[in-house]
Design a protein around this ligand. Structure first.
Ligand code: ADP
Length: 488
C-alpha cells in the first residue's frame, strides 16, 4: 500500500503541473507516489498517474540507475546530476537532475526534479562541467600562468609536451618555451603592451623535440593576482608548408631568370641592330615582345625577392640615394607601356631633393612596383602624379604613422586615375597574395615587397583612395641629415 506524503504540502498538485521541470516524489523504497505532468511528458506518458508505483531510479539507464539509487546523500540543498533518462519508447534523453531527500513526519521521501539538458542550458547558461570538458579537449594546449609558473594545464598541453599535468605544474614556463629572440619569458611577459599578444615560440617537449607554436597570451585579473591564460597552437604543419612554398618559389624563379635574361638581351640586340630596317608593324611587334619580357622579369624578381625575405636572406647594401634620380630611372623604365597607353606621368619634385640612406636597387624595386600598379590600373590617356615632399620632424604624419619623430622624412606619393581601392582593402593589399579582384591581373606580391623594403629602411607605406577616382600610394623614408648617419 503506497503511502502519501503530508497532505498539507502536496495537496495543491496543480501548481506542480505548471512547472517546466519534471517532478516526482518517491517513498524510501523508491516507489513513485506523485508525479507532475512535465515528468510524464518528458518520459512520453500520457498521464502522470501511469508513473505512480514505478521505481524512480529504474527509469534511468542501468549503469546510471545503480549510481543514483545509492546516492542518498542528505544534502539540505539537494544534489545535481548530469545524466540521462529513458523514455517509454526507449529514447535516451539527457537531463539535469536534482535529488533531495527529506524526512517529513518521521517518514523519508526522495524528491526528484529534472529538466531536459537543452532547456537547462538555455536557462542556467553553459554548465560548468561542459565548460571543463571543452577546455580539456580543445585543439589548443592551454595553461594558466602566474609568476611565470603554470598553475593549470589542460590535457592537450600534456599531449603536446609529453609531460603530465603534475610535472608541468612544478615547472616554470621558461623550461618549456623558448622565445625566438632568446628573450627570457619573464621579460617577455613584462614587456607585453598590446594584449592579447600573439607570439611565435618553440615548445620544448619532454623527448627533446621542438614544436613551432603560436602562443596567445590573455591577461586575467583576479583581485591583486595578475595571471595570464596561455594558448599554444601547433603551427609546425603550416610552417612546413610555408617553407616548401618559399623554396619552390625560389627554385622556379631562379631557374626562370637565366633564360629570361638571355631573351631580354637578344631582344635589345635585335632592336639595336635592326632598328632602322624595321617597318612600323614589325617595330610594334618587337616592342610588345620587349614589354612582355620586362613584365615577366619584374614578376620573377618579385618572386625571388619574396623568397629571400621569407628565408631571412635579404641583406641591404646601404649608400646615399638621390630619390629624384631613382624616381627618374624608375619612370623611364616604363616609357614603352606609358607611350602605348598614352599616359602622362607628372613629376612634382622640390628643387633639391634630399638624400636618403638606402639600398638603391631595392628602393628602385619598391618604387617600380608602385608605378607598375599605377600604370596597370590607369585608364588610357590617364595622368599619374609623382610628388616628392619633405616632412620636417614635427609633421603630424610622423606621429600618425608611428615613426620616430627625431628626423625629417621624405614623402613620395604616386597617384593614379584608375578605379581606386575599396576602403576595406586599403590595408589588406599589403599582405602576400592579397588582391582586390582575385581573378584580376598580377599575383599579389608587389605591395608586400614594397612594404617589407620600405620598413627595412625604417619608413612607412600606405594607400588611400576615393573609389572610382583613383588610388594614391605614399611612402616616407628618413632623410640622411648632414653629419649624421641615420643607421648608426
Ligand atoms: P599584383 O599587382 O601583382 O596583384 P600587388 O601587391 O602589387 O599585386 O597589388 C595587390 C592588389 O592591390 C592588386 O591586385 C589590386 O587589387 C590592388 N592595387 C594595387 N595598386 C592599385 C592601384 N594603383 N589601383 C587599384 N588597385 C590597386
Amino acid at each position: 500500500m503506497l503511502k502519501m506524503p503530508n497532505e498539507g504540502i502536496l495537496k495543491e498538485i496543480s501548481f506542480l503541473d505548471a512547472l517546466q521541470e519534471g517532478v516526482w516524489v518517491a517513498d524510501k523504497e523508491g516507489y513513485i507516489v506523485l508525479a507532475n505532468r512535465s515528468f510524464a511528458r518528458i518520459l512520453g506518458y500520457d498521464s502522470p498517474e501511469r508513473l505512480k508505483g514505478k521505481v524512480w531510479y529504474e527509469l534511468f539507464p542501468p549503469n546510471e540507475s545503480t549510481l543514483l539509487k545509492n546516492s542518498s546523500i542528505y544534502e539540505p540543498m539537494g544534489k545535481f546530476y548530469n545524466t540521462n533518462i529513458v523514455t517509454i519508447d526507449n529514447r535516451t534523453v539527457p537531463v539535469v537532475l536534482k535529488l533531495t531527500y527529506q524526512t517529513i513526519d518521521g517518514v523519508n521521501w526522495c524528491i526528484g526534479s529534472l529538466l531536459e539538458s537543452s532547456f537547462a542550458w538555455q536557462r542556467n547558461g553553459f554548465p560548468e562541467w561542459l565548460g571543463r570538458q571543452v577546455l580539456e579537449n580543445l585543439v589548443d594546449g592551454i595553461c594558466l600562468i602566474e609568476n611565470e609558473h603554470m598553475v593549470y594545464v589542460n590535457r592537450r598541453l600534456e599531449e603536446m609536451t609529453g609531460y603530465s599535468s603534475h610535472q608541468l605544474r612544478r615547472m616554470s614556463l621558461e623550461e618549456i618555451v623558448t622565445h625566438p629572440d632568446q628573450k627570457p619569458i619573464a621579460e617577455f611577459l613584462r614587456e607585453l603592451r598590446h594584449l592579447p599578444a600573439h607570439q611565435e615560440v618553440m615548445l620544448q617537449t619532454r623527448s627533446g623535440q621542438e614544436i613551432e607554436c603560436e602562443l596567445r597570451l590573455v591577461p586575467i585579473e583576479d583581485g591583486k593576482r595578475r595571471m595570464f591564460l596561455g594558448f599554444f597552437r601547433d603551427i609546425s604543419g603550416l610552417k612546413r608548408t610555408e617553407r616548401i612554398q618559399t623554396e619552390f618559389i625560389a627554385m622556379v624563379s631562379h631557374d626562370l631568370r637565366t633564360p629570361l635574361a638571355t631573351i631580354k638581351e637578344a631582344f635589345s640586340l635585335l632592336s639595336e641592330a635592326a632598328g632602322g630596317q624595321l617597318d612600323k608593324k614589325q617595330r610594334r611587334y618587337l616592342d610588345i615582345a620587349q614589354e612582355g619580357v620586362d613584365r615577366l622579369n619584374r614578376m620573377i624578381e618579385n618572386l625571388l625577392e619574396v623568397s629571400w625575405m621569407e628565408s631571412g636572406k635579404l641583406t641591404l647594401r646601404f649608400r646615399e640615394v638621390e630619390i629624384a634620380r631613382l624616381l627618374d630611372a624608375a619612370i623611364d623604365s616604363f616609357s614603352l607601356i606609358v607611350g602605348k597607353k598614352n599616359l602622362k606621368i607628372e613629376r612634382h619634385f622640390p628643387e633639391k631633393t634630399p638624400v636618403v640612406l638606402g639600398d638603391y636597387d631595392r628602393l628602385l624595386r619598391a618604387v617600380s612596383n608602385l608605378l607598375d600598379n599605377a600604370i596597370k590600373y590607369s585608364p588610357e590617356g590617364g595622368i599619374i602624379q609623382v610628388v616628392v615632399e619633405i616632412l620636417n620632424s614635427n609633421s603630424p604624419i610622423l606621429s600618425e604613422k608611428g615613426v620616430p619623430p627625431n628626423n625629417s622624412y621624405l614623402k613620395v606619393t604616386i597617384t593614379d586615375q584608375g578605379p581606386g581601392i575599396p576602403s576595406e582593402f586599403l590595408e589588406r593589399i599589403f599582405g602576400k597574395f592579397e588582391r582586390v579582384d582575385p581573378y584580376g591581373p598580377g599575383i599579389g606580391l608587389g605591395l608586400a615587397i614594397v612594404r617589407s623594403i620600405i620598413e627595412l629602411h625604417r619608413g612607412k607605406v600606405w594607400a588611400s583612395s576615393t573609389l572610382g577616382e583613383g588610388a594614391s600610394f605614399s611612402l616616407i623614408l628618413p632623410i640622411k641629415e648632414e653629419g649624421r648617419n641615420n643607421y648608426e
